[in-house]
Structure formats: C-alpha cells, structure tokens
Design a binder for this molecule. Structure first.
Ligand code: MG
Length: 369
C-alpha cells in the first residue's frame, strides 16, 4: 500500500466524570487520531497519551506535533506492506511511542480494509470473544468505592482493578477486602512509589491480590526486580514496558510476573504483538490495557486482546462507562447475555463520526503527496 494522504487530529473527548489516578486527574481524554489513505481506501488509528506528560513522557499536543513534523513525512509516498516495515521507517526517530502508535494502528486498519479481513484475524487471533475486567479510579469516599465494587461483583466481572496512590492505599484495600474477601482484585500504582516503600508492599501480601501493577518509577526495571524478589504478590509492569527491548530486559531481570500491553504505549499493534510473543515464550502472561480511547482505539485493543497469551481479563470498557457519546461509531458494547462480561472483536472497525470529531477537535492537519 502506498501511503498517499495522512490526516492527523488532536482531540479532547470529555469524560462523564474525571479519571483520577496516582498521576493526576483528567476531565477529558486527549488523543491523536490518524486517518491514513491509499487510493480509495482509508484506515483510522488512535493513540491517547492524555493532555499532560504525566502517565508517560508523551502528551497529545506533542504526539500531534511529532506526527505532523516527522512521522507523517517519513511515511508519505512510501509503499508499506507490513507493520515491521512501518516501524523500520519510523525507527530513526527515538521514542515517541504514542505518536508512532497513531500511525501503526491506522496502517493496520488500512491493511485490513484492503484485505477485507477482521483486525483480530490479521493479528493472528483464533478467538473472537474475551472476558473483561472492571476498573475503579480514586473516588470521593471509600463508601462510594465499595458501592461501585459491589455493582461490579454482582454483574459477574471476573476481576477488579483499583487505582492505588499515597492517601488512598492500605486503609482503602483493607476496607475493600473486609467487604469483598473473595473476588480477584489487583491494584495499579501508576508508578507512585519507590523501593523505600518496600514495607508497604510487604503488608500488601496479606490481601491476596492478583498483582501489583507498576508500583515503582515509570522507567524502572531493576528496582522492580528487587521488589519482586522480596514480596509474594506478582508485580505487573505497565509504564516501564515502552518497547520490545524493555520487555526482553524485564523478563531477564525478573522485574515482573505479568505484563500489561497497551498498543499506544509501545508504538502500536506491531510492537504489541511482538511483546505478546516474547512473553508467551517466556511464560509471562499478559493482559491488554487501555487509555480510555474512543471506540476506534478500543477496537484495536479488543482485537489485540484476542491473542492467546492475553490470559488475564482486559481493561476494555463499554463506551457508556466513560462517555455520554463515543466520538466513534459503532460504540463498544458488552455482549448480550454472556455468563460474564465479555466483548467481541469488531468485524468492521469503528470510525469517528465527522460532527463529533469536529466538536472534540483541538487541531488538525492534512499531509499528502
Ligand atoms: Mg496501569
């Protein structure tokens, strides 16, 4: 496919309520959408690094600028037949994984459209339905959180993830476990702690958590290995796994027993599949995370999550969980009448609705040959 035109959009998608984590609070999700065209066909990609460089060093305004000034010009006019070729074209530019992911995911969408093949099949998946987990950020009170968890437990969610940060930590998890001793629960620290907090993590062993997600610094592997040696609860890495090489190193160092893979954080679906494969060979189970993308980006996460080594329920949400109206259509919905909450892979990928895209638009640029 010769890449003939690229449209980039920087958008801010308002949430129903702010998303609170160890790194801050977002009232809208800022993302970069890429529409990549070849002949009469086009595919959409999405990457949501958020408004500020707090989850990772990237941010939506920067990802848009890097895409406009460097990545799009490197791809325009090129004939790209595999995801690896696209990554090689972009490899001269260091980092900028979220920005690269907008192009990589757009390329995969275009590729599937050309082949008339569902994305999950193109990625190598053999299943088309997966269970999903429930996630809860920091709430106004413990009672609010317990009520939210109660709702998720009664609806049969197979696991629950809780944001965990200083001031919302041990007493919170103690209260949750007192009220809900049985469900599979894990916590996500979003790199809010350091190795000096070892005592806190040792105390967490009593709560039978499925894992502790990204307890230490966003770019650390070695302290995580030291922590994992000293606690029983598995460590899961998220922010630290920014590329294939980091996954390889984390496995060698023993930094974690699980890896959360987000296409945006690792530069797109091509690298996400490569990390999945490395983990599978090493016996490290994975699960798919998300960045509260619109249905366009969520559909890519859903397709990825169909691969075999994604054995822990994914962070994928029905559109209505976070948005009054998803910017893209069709929205993400739970499957009707499953034993437990599940989503199915899309056969036709969701695309932005033009008037909703215009409402959310911060900036837009068109580049063509
Ligand atoms: Mg996380």
């Amino acid at each position: 496919m010769r890449i003939e035109r690229i449209d980039l959009y920087h958008v801010a998608m308002p949430l129903i309520e702010p998303w609170r984590t160890a790194y801050g609070e977002d009232a809208a999700i800022e993302a970069v959408l890429c529409r990549m065209s070849s002949g009469s066909l086009a595919g959409w990609g999405e990457s949501a690094p958020f408004a500020a460089p707090c989850y990772s060093p990237e941010w939506a305004g920067g990802a848009f600028a890097a895409g406009r000034d460097w990545l799009a010009p490197a791809l325009l006019g090129q004939t790209i037949t595999t995801g690896d070729q696209l990554q090689k074209r972009l490899a001269i530019y260091k980092g900028n994984q979220f920005s690269k992911a907008a192009f990589d995911t757009a390329w995969w969408s275009l590729y599937c459209r050309q082949r008339n093949e569902p994305l999950h099949v193109a990625l190598g998946a053999t299943r088309s339905q997966i269970p999903i987990g429930a996630d809860f950020g920091v709430t106004d009170s413990i009672d609010d959180l317990l009520s939210n968890i109660g709702g998720a437990v009664s609806r049969g969610f197979p696991r629950i993830k809780l944001k965990f940060r200083p001031g919302w930590d041990l007493p919170m998890i103690q209260a949750v476990r007192n009220a809900f001793p049985e469900p599979t629960i894990h916590i996500d620290c979003n790199s809010g702690y350091r190795l000096k907090d070892l005592d806190l993590f040792r105390q967490l062993d009593q709560f039978q958590l499925a894992m502790i997600e990204q307890p230490l610094a966003h770019d650390d592997l070695s302290d995580h290995a030291k922590l994992q040696q000293q606690i029983k609860t598995p460590v899961c890495l998220d922010e630290s796994i920014k590329h294939v090489q980091a996954a390889r190193q984390a496995i060698e160092l023993g930094s974690c027993r699980y890896i959360n893979i987000k296409p945006g954080r690792v530069g797109g679906l091509t690298n996400a599949v490569a990390i999945h494969d490395i983990c599978q060979q090493a016996g490290i189970p994975c699960w798919v995370g998300g960045m509260l993308e619109s249905a366009t980006g969520s559909a890519h996460c859903i397709a990825l999550a169909m691969l075999d080594n994604f054995t822990y329920p994914a962070d994928i949400f029905p559109s209505q969980r976070f948005y009054d109206e998803d910017m893209s259509d069709p929205p993400v919905e739970l499957d009707s009448n499953p034993e437990l909450p599940c989503v199915s892979a899309f056969t036709e990928l969701p695309e932005p609705v033009p008037e909703r895209l215009a409402r959310c638009q911060v900036q837009h640029v068109t580049l063509s040959i």
